[in-house]
Design a protein around this ligand. Structure first.
Ligand SMILES: Nc1ncnc2c1ncn2[C@@H]1O[C@H](COP(=O)(O)OP(=O)(O)OP(=O)(O)O)[C@@H](O)[C@H]1O
Ligand SMILES: [Mg+2]
Length: 273
């Protein structure tokens, strides 16, 4: 049994045309999974099925062996946290602190534990000095962090992030990647929807590619990188970083080196810097 099991899932926004037909796949704790595909290929729809915002026409989704069909979205949110594409869709109250408290509202935990978790999140995301600020007045990157905090505070074992790297600057992107890394090291399941292919190399161990609701492939990151046509198969272009990696592989770069920091380390050693 995996943490999330999807079996024989079919879904369409209208009854006469299905977007997904008979999809079966599983997600394990500790994995970092990228879901990639062109605009409209079904990435967001798929994860909305996982978190109960949409209900399948056919098939079963279970978390730790328990079917989600009779569970509410709020129940599922304590098991699979979901960070929306647009953080504004997730923020409802008039202070950062209240926003975090709202996420804990339904959980059966005492005030002391709630206060502790709020403090922890403010500290973890470096938002302490914004405790009484209106979320509307936060920058885009800060809103993104707050949205992530409202999810993590519920301590779900799986976290889905839909396009977390869009609209934030390089520094915030690095920070977010760092948080994702910490969560992975804690053994959580991370599902990352992204158009940022380079970020997959840094953060993911498995890549699922969608084309018009079909799974074109579902591969460990190494196999994804072995095939130079991985991206063109789903109508995407390789990034400059990937092109460079392919060229370096042709002249002997070991296959296990593809992350930026490993590449830098490799060159430091080979060039004796
Ligand atoms: N609420 C809806 N009602 C009807 N059709 C929808 C709805 N939401 C999405 N679709 C359609 O379902 C398909 C998949 O959309 P989805 O948003 O899942 O794609 P995506 O891969 O997340 O795209 P993007 O990269 O642009 O975010 C598209 O053809 C889209 O037009
Ligand atoms: Mg989407």
């Amino acid at each position: 049994m995996s943490y999330i099991d999807v079996s024989d899932l079919s879904f369409g926004y209208t009854d006469d045309s299905l977007l997904f037909s008979n999809i079966t796949l599983s997600f394990n704790l500790g994995e970092q999974v990228a879901i990639i595909g062109q605009n409209g290929s079904g990435k967001t729809t798929f994860v909305k099925l996982l978190n109960g915002m949409l209900k399948p026409q056919k098939g079963r989704i279970s978390i730790s062996g328990e079917s989600t069909s009779d569970k509410s979205i709020a129940d599922i949110a304590t098991k699979i946290g979901f960070v929306f594409q647009n953080p504004n869709q997730m923020l409802f109250t008039n202070t950062v602190e209240k926003e975090l408290a709202l996420s804990l509202f339904r959980l059966n935990i005492g005030k002391k534990e709630k206060d502790l978790r709020i403090d922890e999140m403010l500290n973890f995301f470096d938002l302490e000095h914004y405790r009484n600020t209106h979320p509307r007045n936060l920058s885009r990157g800060e809103k993104q962090k707050l949205a992530l905090a409202t999810v993590l505070i519920q301590e779900p074992q799986a976290i889905i992030l839909d396009e977390p790297f869009s609209g934030i600057d390089f520094k915030q992107r690095e920070n977010l990647a760092k948080y994702i890394q910490i969560l992975s090291e804690e053994g959580k399941l991370i599902i990352l929807i992204t158009h940022n292919i380079d970020s997959i190399l840094e953060n993911c161990s498995r890549v699922i590619a969608l084309t018009e609701g079909q799974i074109t492939y579902d591969l460990p990151i190494n196999d994804f990188l072995m095939d130079k046509t991985s991206l063109s198969k789903i109508g995407l272009l390789p990034t400059n970083y990937l092109k460079m990696l392919y060229k370096l592989r042709n002249i002997g770069l070991p296959r296990e080196i593809y992350r930026k920091k490993d590449l830098i380390e490799y060159f430091k050693q080979t060039l004796k810097l």
